[in-house]
Design a binder for this molecule. Structure first.
Ligand SMILES: [Fe+2]
Length: 468
């Protein structure tokens, strides 16, 4: 799937902790069968807080219902593993080949994406039976010492992790636009911390190697190749809500000179006045607002805004990173701040020495970007070494780089060649993963991609500037 294609069981009407399996810190020795069970189980754990009614909702064309995510990730293993390598495999239902195909024209004509929410059948229970059927069959493949099979299973697991993130972002779009503002879970960490002053780190540039070099990567991270970078500087953390509020209060959304032409057209057409999920408190009672927005000094620091998070709607936290902005908003903010967005290779070269597991990921049960210093269940938590600059986790970082092929890139043969390559048009690259990404899924060379107006992903802003 493409990252923009949209990837995500128990049923309960009451949100509760999904105590699903998370990425173990020392998992390098985990065998493929164990990893398969853990990743597949995590998709179902993410659905534990859902009510049965939540499974089928498709709030917009880009956001798929949880039931569809659960079935499509299963379809991937059935189509690209079982039907090709398990000679005695009996399909669970032959009709699912069309129904849960996302966009692989080489497999057949997919069921239309905007109609995924129309499907009350198969039922949620039948989709779970489908998952169990495929898991039982995969058990016969996962221990085979066949390089192609093992590589495909690894791809299927990374694909499922992409859909786990999409399941959370699609659920947020569903719940966050509901006037009742229901929480996905009530038990998420949401303590605020500090952001500190914005500082820039200088990088000398030069001729540098970029692209994947590890044991697993997607085809769009290859081939590894050299690039020339002029000297540049990158901000040492993400842009905060308080900083973005300054842009808004300075008339940022009313100043066409700050915007790309397509961006200004999007502002006018959509009536954007703030990031997605922000809501002015003007309509709330004075007393409610006084109770909710006073800090220890009794001052209001949220600018009068509420923000919907997966834990529910709360007063805006000034020091948390701003999130759910389009590339256009990120670009306009950077211009207003006298800076620009990084290129994807500036980002990659700066982030490569850092630990890609040391950040705020979905496993951390916050499901929202965190300030550089933050307080969790166990008191003040300092970011781990290498995570203080927020390169990994928290929010995907828009870059100014068009999503295109690297020199020498060729799409893989067969229908799997449709996974990434055919989307290399009119999209921008985002880097670093988010608070909804499973820990261990991203790396320095990982390229996410979305269209510039998209705001429903956990997308944020890092500033860059030239060193003349
Ligand atoms: Fe997919």
């Amino acid at each position: 799937m493409s990252s923009s294609e949209g990837a995500a069981t128990g049923v309960s009407g009451v949100p509760r902790m999904a105590a699903g399996p998370s990425e173990p810190r020392g998992s390098h020795d985990e065998d493929l069968a164990g990893r398969y069970a853990r990743v597949r189980g995590q998709s179902e754990a993410l659905c534990e807080p859902l009510a049965i009614e939540d499974y089928g909702v498709q709030p917009m064309d880009d956001a798929s219902p949880p039931k569809w995510h659960l079935a499509h990730t299963t379809w991937f293993f059935e189509t690209f593993l079982l039907k090709e390598f398990a000679t005695d495999y009996q399909a669970f239902d032959d009709r699912y080949e069309v129904l849960f195909n996302s966009y692989y024209n080489g497999i057949g004509n997919p069921y239309p994406r905007p109609r995924r929410g129309f499907l009350s059948r198969p039922t949620v229970g039948e989709v779970y039976d489908y998952r169990a059927h495929v898991d039982n069959a995969i058990a016969g493949l996962v221990t085979r010492e066949d390089g192609e099979i093992r590589q495909r299973i690894e791809l299927g697991l990374n694909h499922e992790q992409q859909h786990q993130e999409l399941m959370l972002t699609d659920l947020k779009y569903n719940l966050g636009l509901n006037p009742l503002k229901p929480a996905y879970r009530q038990d998420l960490d949401r303590e605020a911390g500090g952001s500190g002053p914005l500082k820039f780190d200088d990088y000398p540039g030069g001729i540098l190697s970029v692209g994947a070099g590890g044991p697993f990567c997607f085809d769009n991270e290859l081939p590894r190749h050299r690039v020339l970078l002029e000297p540049f500087a990158l901000a040492g953390r993400l842009v905060t809500n308080a900083e973005f509020l300054e842009f808004m209060e300075d008339g940022g959304y009313e100043s066409p000179a700050l915007w790309l032409s397509d961006g200004w057209a999007a502002v006018c057409a959509n009536g954007w006045k703030s990031p997605l999920y922000w809501r002015s408190q003007e309509t709330r009672s004075q007393e409610t607002r006084r109770q909710e927005t006073r800090n220890q000094d009794g001052r209001n620091q949220d600018g009068g805004w509420l923000e919907y998070r997966l834990g529910g709607e709360r007063p805006l936290v000034p020091d948390d990173p701003v999130v759910h902005v389009s590339a256009y908003e990120a670009d306009a903010y950077a211009r207003w701040a006298g800076c620009r967005l990084p290129t994807e290779f500036e980002w990659e070269s700066a982030a490569a020495p850092q630990d890609p597991r040391a950040g705020n990921f979905a496993d951390d049960r916050r499901l929202h970007p965190a300030s550089v210093e933050w307080r969790g269940r166990e008191g003040v938590q300092r970011r781990e070494t290498g995570a203080g600059n927020q390169f990994y986790g928290d929010a995907w970082e828009w870059t100014s780089s068009a999503y295109g092929p690297y020199p020498g890139y060729r799409t893989p043969p067969g229908a799997l060649g449709e996974y990434n390559g055919k989307f290399m048009s009119n999209q921008l690259v985002l880097r670093g993963g988010s608070c909804a990404t499973p820990r261990g899924h991203v790396r320095a060379s990982y390229r996410n991609f979305f269209y510039p107006p998209h705001r429903w992903q956990f997308s944020g802003i890092r500033l860059a500037r030239d060193l003349a």
